[in-house]
Design a protein around this ligand. Sequence first.
Ligand SMILES: CC(C)(COP(=O)(O)OP(=O)(O)OC[C@H]1O[C@@H](n2cnc3c(N)ncnc32)[C@H](O)[C@@H]1OP(=O)(O)O)[C@@H](O)C(=O)NCCC(=O)NCCS
Length: 180
Amino acid sequence: MPLSKTTTIRIRKATLPDAAAIHGLIFEYARHGILLARSLPELYENIRDFTVAEDAQGILGCGALHFYGMHLGEIRSIAVWPRLKGRGIGGMIVDALLAEADQHRIACVCLFTRISGFFGHLGFTEVKRERLPDKIYKDCLACRRRENCDEVAMIRGRLPNLARLELNQKRRTRRSLSRI
Ligand SMILES: CC(C)(COP(=O)(O)OP(=O)(O)OC[C@H]1O[C@@H](n2cnc3c(N)ncnc32)[C@H](O)[C@@H]1OP(=O)(O)O)[C@@H](O)C(=O)NCCC(=O)NCCS
């Protein structure tokens, strides 16, 4: 169902006062195991990652872009209130996050999802999760579902050759070698 012509939707970066509304929206899906729960303190700490869609009534949807470095960013916590699904809001938020990634010259944007159809529609393609070691080290190793994960890894852009961890390891090795 399209939004009424009189409704103006604004897409903007989130600010601290949005944290409670974002928390409520993510919880709406986290309680059914659809999204990863985010605590309020965690949202305050990472609020600059978030973009929101709003109208005069309040927050309609949200999404975050996490930075690993210029080689990789990750789209996380995409959600639109259930009653507003299918009206283009989720697509607008993803477009804004991709534009933000472009602004920062991030070469590749990844995500892990169970709804590959939605992201396929927005230009993402499936890759083997092993190709994204940054994400694996950050989240997957500590995840209780790591042995039976039902999410698909997807990317848009150029798949990184090396993960940041590997780059750091290489730098450390070079530094130690130069001291010998
Ligand atoms: C996923 C979600 C954010 C999509 O938001 P939305 O506002 O409903 O999506 P849009 O209306 O912008 O849809 C964009 C397009 O994707 C398609 N699409 C939407 N949900 C889809 C799905 N689950 N599977 C496949 N395609 C989907 C739409 O049909 C639309 O196509 P069209 O442009 O041809 O009409 C929303 O459904 C949601 O909050 N889901 C629960 C949380 C969730 O699963 N988040 C993703 C975790 S990785």
